[in-house]
Write a protein that binds this ligand. Structure first.
Ligand code: SF4
Length: 454
């Protein structure tokens, strides 16, 4: 059980010497209790006190790594129940199952489709994370060997049979897969395998059984555990996973302080996506699915991305001059902020205009046009600076810059500071195609088009 701040304080030397970086031993104790300091920071702690504090310094939910090197996936190490309290750190690892009863060719084909399950959204690559080979009575070790050859994703080996697990681990080589299938009856045999190969291991059973199983494993010196609680309905999954998270964070109950794996199955894509989204939101660390349907995975990955971005850090793109298509010296130059959603909205509409262009993004800490302008981050000075810094003047011979309609007020000052002629663009990005054709190319467009507000 973790120690409270006061209990930790009793173990400190009480010198208040500040060498640990905080003003008092009490402040150090509180930081340690909240997982924000390391016991090593105090040079005067006795070895006994350091040993006692070890548990207090551990995160309430253990960080577990699946795979190794560049392709590894980390799960756990979460500190809050709700994202708005701080942030979530390690996104749910989504694994797609491959049954060992498929032929070698079918396994290769399935794994190939899993490898292609990635999507580009607001400049970020969203993808699944794991290949889960499942023992359904076929040649399990051979299926694992094929999957390991065909994909660089970390593996999950799903079997309840320790003998098959041993053969599959040999086939997986040094990939450090997650071994999934230990129960109360087989825990000892699986623990031996996991220790020997240095792999993480799931322990499965009813919620009430899990603490005893994790304590058994911890007593034997093995802590790279993932909980696999038995759940039936989606409601039961939600209740069980929430209970585990609450016990780990609010009660600091160490035997449940591990990441959690769950599986969601079903044939109806909409229903599957909805139930899997529940698992991602609360609180699956690893989620196994038996589908390669993009209609299920894209909304699920989008949901995961939304949940696991830091609410205090807007998603942003680099502040620079972007080329859209193959612009030349007569191409228009647009300016906007580096907030990802703004950038991609503008980019999409410039592409829709079919006029190759330059797009200059100003570093506004990832805020949108009006927010940045109100905060003093998207003014004439900032735009003039980025035009100069990016060498935009050498790219075109017309020296006309198009600014968002909402900040038309910047025109005069920007012209003064930069020497560029300022054109006021549409307020909304959706107005860009017609603006580009009418104002830039002088073409006739339908009345009312391009006048959408932003
Ligand atoms: Fe106290 Fe140790 Fe920090 Fe000094 S270094 S203030 S003794 S906790």
């Amino acid at each position: 059980m973790a120690l409270s701040g006061l209990e930790i304080y009793k173990l400190t030397p009480k010198k208040n010497c500040r060498e640990c970086g905080v003003a008092t031993c009490m402040a150090f104790a509180m930081a340690l209790a909240n997982g924000k300091a390391s016991a090593d920071a105090c040079p005067y702690l006795s070895p006994e006190a350091k040993a006692a504090l070890g548990a207090a310094a551990e995160p309430p939910i253990r960080l577990v790594t699946i795979g190794k090197d560049q392709g590894k996936v980390e799960v756990g190490d979460e500190h809050v129940l709700f994202r708005h309290e701080k942030t979530f750190y390690h996104p749910t690892a989504i694994g797609i199952t491959v049954a060992d009863t498929r032929s070698s060719e079918e396994i290769r084909e399935r794994v190939g489709r899993i490898n292609e399950l990635w999507f580009d959204r607001v400049g970020l690559c969203l993808s699944v994370n794991l290949v889960a080979v499942t023992d359904r009575g076929g040649d399990f070790a051979q299926a694992v060997r094929i999957a390991a050859e065909a994909s660089s994703f970390p593996l999950v080996l799903v079997t309840r049979d320790p003998a098959k697990a041993a053969a599959a681990l040999a086939a997986a080589g040094d990939r450090r897969p997650l071994l999934h299938g230990a129960t109360a009856a087989t825990l000892d045999a699986f623990l031996e395998l996991a220790k020997e190969k240095g792999c993480p291991l799931t322990v499965g059973g009813a919620l009430e059984e899990l603490p005893e199983l994790t304590e058994r494993a911890a007593a034997g010196g093995f802590k790279d555990l993932v909980l696999a609680p038995a759940v039936g309905s989606t409601g039961e999954m939600l209740r069980t996973l929430t209970q585990i998270r609450r016990q780990a964070l609010k009660k600091k109950f160490r035997p449940l302080g591990y990441p959690v794996l769950t599986e969601v199955t079903g044939d109806d894509p909409q229903d599957l996506a909805a139930r899997a989204s529940v698992a991602v939101a609360k609180y699956a660390s690893v989620l196994l699915l038996d589908t390669v349907d993009p209609a299920v995975l894209l909304p699920l990955l989008t949901n995961r991305q939304d949940l696991y971005t830091d609410p205090q850090k807007p998603i942003q793109v680099e502040a620079k001059l972007w080329e859209v298509g193959s612009p030349d010296q007569d191409s228009p130059v647009y300016v906007t902020t580096n907030f990802s959603l703004t950038y991609f909205s503008v980019l999409t509409e410039i592409e829709a205009s079919r006029i190759p262009s330059y797009l200059v993004t100003v570093d506004t800490d990832g805020t949108s046009v009006l927010t940045a302008w109100a905060a003093g981050k998207f003014g004439a000075e900032e735009i003039a600076q980025i035009l100069e810094k990016t060498g935009a003047a050498e790219k075109v011979r017309h020296h006309k810059v198009i600014i968002p309609g909402y900040v038309a007020v910047l025109s005069g000052k920007l012209n003064q500071l930069s020497g560029w002629e300022v054109l006021v663009g549409p307020r909304e990005a959706t107005g860009i195609p017609n603006f580009a054709r009418s104002r830039w190319r002088g073409e006739e467009v339908e009345a009312g088009a391009g006048s959408v507000s932003a």
